[in-house]
Write a protein that binds this ligand. Structure first.
Ligand code: UFG
Length: 330
């Protein structure tokens, strides 16, 4: 199947492109390269440089390619920034997505896979999180993802359109062969910052809060390998054949891991120590988030290959230690 991967040069999109190739599909990348990296796109994959907010450019892409499914990863992903600059998120993560959906409608492309987030749940009343739990985002990042989820529901109800929305927990790790990995600028995510601190390329890691009501006082998250996430996106294709399908899946391993446990895993794998500083809680961080992914496992036959935090951190270590400056080193 020919798959348009919007944001295919970004962290999650680029890993998905490689998994699509491995599964025998034909990915085509759409990216504006604001955050994406050309080196993250495999040779031979066609790239359209365009903005999702440009309807004429989208029409040209759909006219040039016979697209079966659109996968959409082209979003801004900084929770803190979304609080400081909400319009940036409403315009890019919500409005530009509606422009993309409208271009799909004009060009009669009816299958959509959406990159959503556990941030749509806000601070959960109960854990682990199942798909049907109340969604009450606490920042514009989560809100704009939920807004798109709701637009998708309406579209599926209205006609032939079908979609799957995946709520990722903490996407982590890198390709097993070390060829591509995480490279955000600025970087705010725990694992790359901890590895960078161990390597001496970044300042000491600041632990945001040690007084949470968790076993070791630091936040619990559900880290899930990027290639496992990608495989779920492909496993859902058969179900999108059903017009009106409106599918939601939480994707995580279900294992809560604390900030201190991540640091211990980085130290074990690298043989280095991670210099740390203790800081206050970061605004907007829920104490604990982890997934119940039974639905994805039952309906899609999805089973994370990377079940332990050590195996996930190992792939991240391979990428960051070989490319401490990310794609600038390639
Ligand atoms: N953390 C630190 N120090 C740091 C960075 C992070 O202690 O320098 C802690 C955070 O407080 C949090 C954990 O490490 O407890 C993980 O933080 P990340 O920033 O790596 O990830 P988040 O859980 O904040 O964010 C992830 C995704 C977002 C998504 C969010 C949903 O990266 O895109 O989950 O809650 F919105």
């Amino acid at each position: 199947m020919k798959v348009l991967v919007a944001g295919g040069a970004g962290y999650i999109g680029s890993h998905c492109v490689r998994q699509l190739l491995a599964a025998g599909h034909e990915p085509v990348v759409l990216d504006n390269f604001v955050y994406g990296h050309r080196a993250a796109v495999p040779a031979g994959v066609r790239v359209h440089e365009a903005s999702l907010a440009d309807p004429a450019a989208l029409d040209r892409v759909f006219a040039a390619e016979k697209i079966g499914v659109v996968m959409h990863f082209a979003a801004y992903c900084y929770v803190g920034e979304s609080v400081a600059e909400p319009l940036k998120y409403y315009l890019n993560n919500a409005a530009a997505t509606y422009t993309l959906l409208d271009a799909m409608r004009r060009n009669e492309v009816k299958k959509f896979v959406f990159s959503s987030t556990c941030a749509t749940f806000g601070v959960p009343a109960k854990l682990p999180l199942t798909e049907d739990m109340p969604q009450a985002p606490i920042n514009p990042y989560g809100q704009t993802k939920l807004d798109v989820e709701n637009a998708l529901r309406a579209l599926a109800r209205a006609g032939e359109f079908s979609f799957a929305a995946f709520r990722y927990f903490n996407a982590a790790g890198a390709a097993e062969d070390g060829s591509i990995g995480e490279d955000h600028e600025p970087e705010t995510h725990l694992i790359p910052l901890a590895i960078g601190a161990a390597l001496g390329h970044r300042p000491p890691l600041q632990i945001f809060g040690t007084d949470y009501p968790t076993p070791d006082g630091t936040c619990l998250r559900d880290y899930v390998h990027i290639d496992d996430l990608s495989r779920a996106h492909i496993a859902v294709f058969d179900r999108l054949a059903q017009p009106g399908a409106a599918l939601f899946y939480n994707l995580g391993t279900g294992a809560p891991t604390s900030v201190r446990e991540i640091i211990a895993a980085v130290e074990k794998i690298s043989g280095l120590s991670v210099p740390v500083k203790f800081g206050p809680r970061r605004a907007g961080d829920p104490p604990a988030l982890f997934a119940d992914s039974t639905k994805a496992q039952t309906e899609l036959g999805w089973k994370p290959k990377f079940q332990t935090i050590g195996s996930i951190v190992e792939t991240a270590w391979r990428w960051h230690s070989a490319h401490p400056q990310g794609y600038a080193d390639r």
